[in-house]
Design a protein around this ligand. Structure first.
Ligand code: AMP
Length: 392
């Protein structure tokens, strides 16, 4: 992996792709975690007396009305505050204004370019990786650093486009380095290697199951998707979530990898999808036609924890219950706690399980929590990520 320390950036014009896709409401940043997370890379580049030119997307820009809502100016202001230094902002994504601002930069200066997705209004030039746009942006600097993990699975002009014109002069930033280093643990995991799978739909996890089932020593399935597996085994699942179209797929997985698969034996049930009913637990076999399971129950927690305590490496994707309802977060929380208490190298694979871990203050206690749900999922599916491929 080529990282910042492998590239000579001293006194250079450095193009940096960040992920400043922060939640904004009426122009006010609701959560600046992504900006703060980028500071290590930004400060390192500034300390090398480089001129730093930053690109990022923000939201989706499909029509004129999306322009104002997705203006990056508040990010420039927040970044200025965090750095204690003015961040030059270019309203233009290309042309004279941008070029003049770059020409007047001094060593150590930072410039943020307006939302790269403004270019999508003109025939999806950013998201479609328009070759001219990538070449133009690349022409503005001497080298390229990609620190936007969340877009590595997409070929956009501001990542793959620029990198394709910077052969031998591009690398990953510290954030991407950290994420990829953690994920690479899974290439040759210390065994037993176990996978915890949850979340809503089997359909979204087919690629993941196909890729990980052969490698894993055990696969523990919970959450909404476990009911399609239970149904495939011939059990009654009442009104629980069912992915009808994938019952056959689950049957195949069970017949191929049955000895590796661990399914819930009990669950917290309700009659309606709500958190207002009294918390009650039933064995899976006892579910009636009127009931649905919203979380794994205490016997399943024990079964999962007893299995997982033998693991040396664990990857976990998807919560084991409807964690958005505090009551039905319990299963996910107890299993997470078990992993943390037993000091097992655990990687949380993006999205909802990371949010669930955050809500019970366990996110910072695991070995690594991946950001960027889409990129992590595609990595775990064994796909080649264009944003990685063009720099490797
Ligand atoms: P995913 O994006 O596939 O990881 O799915 C995450 C979603 O799965 C969350 O919004 C959870 O509320 C949902 N989920 C987890 N367990 C269940 C369940 N037993 N029934 C319905 N939804 C669930």
């Amino acid at each position: 992996m080529k990282t910042l320390k492998d590239l000579n950036i001293e006194n250079k014009k450095v193009l940096l792709r960040c992920d400043f896709n922060v939640p904004l409401k009426d122009g006010v940043i609701q959560d600046d975690t992504r900006i703060v997370a980028s500071l290590k890379t930004i400060k390192y580049i500034m300390e090398k007396n480089a001129k730093l030119i930053i690109f990022s997307h923000l939201g989706r820009v499909k029509e004129e009305k999306d322009i104002e809502e997705n203006n990056l100016l508040p990010v420039a202001k927040r970044l200025s505050e965090l750095l204690g230094k003015e961040v030059i902002f270019s309203e233009a994504t290309k042309g004279k204004e941008l070029e003049e601002k770059i020409d007047s930069m001094n060593e150590g200066d930072v410039l943020l370019v307006q939302n790269t997705r403004y270019e999508d209004l003109d025939g999806k030039k950013e998201s479609g990786n328009d070759p001219e746009l990538g070449a133009y942006w690349a022409s503005l600097g001497d080298c390229f650093v990609n620190d936007a993990f969340g877009t590595l699975h997409r070929a956009h002009a501001s990542n793959v486009g620029i990198a394709s014109h910077m052969e031998g002069k591009s690398c990953f930033g510290f954030l991407v380095e950290e994420e990829l280093t953690a994920l690479q643990v899974l290439d040759e995991p210390e065994r037993p290697f176990m996978v915890v799978l949850g979340g809503a739909k089997v359909a979204d996890k087919i690629g993941l199951i196909d890729n990980l089932a052969t490698k894993a020593d055990k696969i523990l399935v919970g959450g909404g998707m476990s009911y399609t597996f239970l149904k495939a085994k011939g059990l009654n699942i009442g009104k629980s979530l069912l992915d009808e179209e994938n019952i056959e797929f689950c049957k195949e997985v069970l017949s191929k990898y049955g000895d590796k698969i661990v399914l819930p034996v009990d669950n917290a049930v309700t009659n309606e999808y709500t958190d207002t009913e009294e918390y009650r637990v039933k064995d899976i076999e006892e579910l009636t036609e009127e009931e649905m399971g919203l979380d794994i129950g205490p016997k399943s927690v024990e079964l999962f924890n007893n299995t997982l305590k033998e693991a040396k490496t664990v990857i976990w994707n998807g919560p084991l219950g409807v964690y958005e309802f505090e009551k039905y977060r319990k299963g996910t929380e107890e299993v997470l706690k078990g992993l943390v208490d037993n000091n097992i190298k655990t990687i949380l694979g993006g999205g909802d399980v990371v949010a669930a871990a955050s809500s019970c203050n366990l996110k910072d206690k695991v070995y690594h929590a991946c950001t960027g749900g889409g990129a992590t999922l595609e990595y775990l599916e064994g796909k080649v990520l264009p944003g990685i491929d063009c720099i490797k």
